[in-house]
Design a protein around this ligand. Structure first.
Ligand SMILES: [Mn+2]
Length: 404
């Protein structure tokens, strides 16, 4: 059977004052067309379908448009929650969506059988078994043990995630035996693995608790469809463990990436091949950098693309220019560009903190801000992890007090 693997759509992303609605509309139409052209049987979305826990109405509408369009195209859909998704939001329509050939897994389920699903081909034949694993929250798989050190907590979480994968894989093997056909087994995940390279818009999800999951801890599935990292990549050079990456660039440092979706062919022999589908760019995005003089040339080069380009301008200048904004306005005037952000490049660690805070404070969680602040201190790893976990406990206590 042929599966299309994608992730990290971030429907509803509000990007420096701009909505991505038009891009996502075009993306849905493009993907549905690809499923027809390439005779895709089933689509897997490995987390972060939404950008926030409270997606705006237009984002929810896009979500339902996507689901209906795939149903009309006769393609199955399995959708896993990511760290940006709200469990409650995905849960509310989940049962309704089963009527539209869509399986949604918002969180680790009490009954593990819920997460072991048979994928069928367009003509209804069994094609593969999927261990449908969403983003795993520590509280889903761990009981907190008093007095555990940060390092022990990290190890317990990794062990618990490993155990979850192993348990579902064993169930999938049993299911395969019962079905009496040597069906391929696919697993999914939404996490950082060792060696994966991230980008600006990816939040560290297990900071201080689990930094990266070793590839050797995955079960022996024929293919592992991952989400969370926005740059498409094979993990550890392995053909069968992959991040599809996000289909549109979600930050300026992703602007030069060719975005992808993956066509995954599996059969009773296991993984047959993976074919990369290049996703067209629906809204050009570019970051240009230089001195004011160099920027003039760089901006007009960027403007020669024909469509309006969303620009980030990084000015390399040590001297303080109070009229920087208006100088850049003059450069960009009358060109088909829209300047979304201007920033100055500085070097020291504290300035980096200021810059990062300015860039993304509106999408950072309190945790991230604290973690960034710690980065500017010269402390050893052990202390850093301890401080982070103490900070978390305090925040959790405040949260409990609020709820009470
Ligand atoms: Mn993401």
């Amino acid at each position: 059977m042929r599966i299309l693997h994608t992730s990290d759509w971030h429907l509803g992303q509000y990007f420096l004052g701009h909505s991505r609605q038009a891009e996502h509309q075009k993306l849905i139409a493009w993907m549905v067309e690809q499923t027809r052209l390439h005779a895709v049987d089933s689509v897997l979305i490995a987390g972060d379908i939404f950008d926030t826990g409270a997606p705006p109405s237009y984002a929810r509408e896009l979500y339902y448009t996507l689901i209906l369009a795939l149903r009309d195209a006769g393609v199955g859909l399995t959708l896993l929650a990511g760290n940006h998704d709200s469990v409650a939001v995905l849960e509310e329509s989940r049962h309704l969506l089963t009527a539209l050939n869509t399986v949604v897994i918002p969180s680790v389920q009490d009954d593990p059988n819920e997460q072991v699903r048979l994928l069928t081909t367009r003509d209804g034949k069994p094609g593969a078994i999927v261990c449908a694993i969403p983003f795993i929250r520590p509280r889903d798989v761990l009981q907190s043990i008093a007095g555990q050190s940060a390092r022990d907590k990290q190890q317990s979480l990794q062990d618990a995630i490993h155990a979850h994968y192993q348990a579902l894989f064993t169930l999938a093997e049993q299911k395969r035996l019962e079905l009496g056909a040597h069906l391929p087994i696919i697993a999914t995940g939404h996490l950082t693995t060792v060696g994966a390279s991230a980008s600006e818009s990816v939040r560290e999800i297990y900071v201080g608790a689990l930094e990266a999951f070793p590839t050797s801890a995955f079960p022996a599935a024929d293919y592992i469809a991952l989400g969370h990292i926005h740059r498409p990549q094979k993990v550890g050079g392995l053909e069968h463990i992959r991040y599809s990456g996000s289909p549109i660039p979600l930050s300026f440092d992703e602007a030069r990436q060719q975005k992808e979706m993956l066509l995954v062919d599996v059969s009773t022999n296991g993984l047959e091949r993976v074919t990369v589908l290049d996703v067209p760019c629906f809204q050009p995005l570019l970051s240009v950098k230089g001195s004011l003089k160099e920027l003039e040339a760089a901006v007009s080069a960027a403007a020669s693309q024909g469509e309006t380009v969303w620009l980030e301008i990084v000015v390399c200048a040590d001297d303080y220019l109070s009229d920087l904004q208006s100088r850049i306005q003059t450069i960009a005037e009358d060109l088909p560009v829209e300047v979304l952000r201007i920033r100055r490049e500085r070097s020291s660690a504290l300035n980096t903190l200021h810059r990062q805070a300015k860039e993304t404070l509106n999408e950072l969680m309190p945790d991230d801000v604290f973690a960034r602040r710690l980065q500017t201190e010269t402390i050893d790893e052990e202390t850093r992890l301890q401080l982070l976990s103490m900070y978390r406990e305090v925040v959790a206590q405040i949260g409990e007090a609020d709820a009470a």
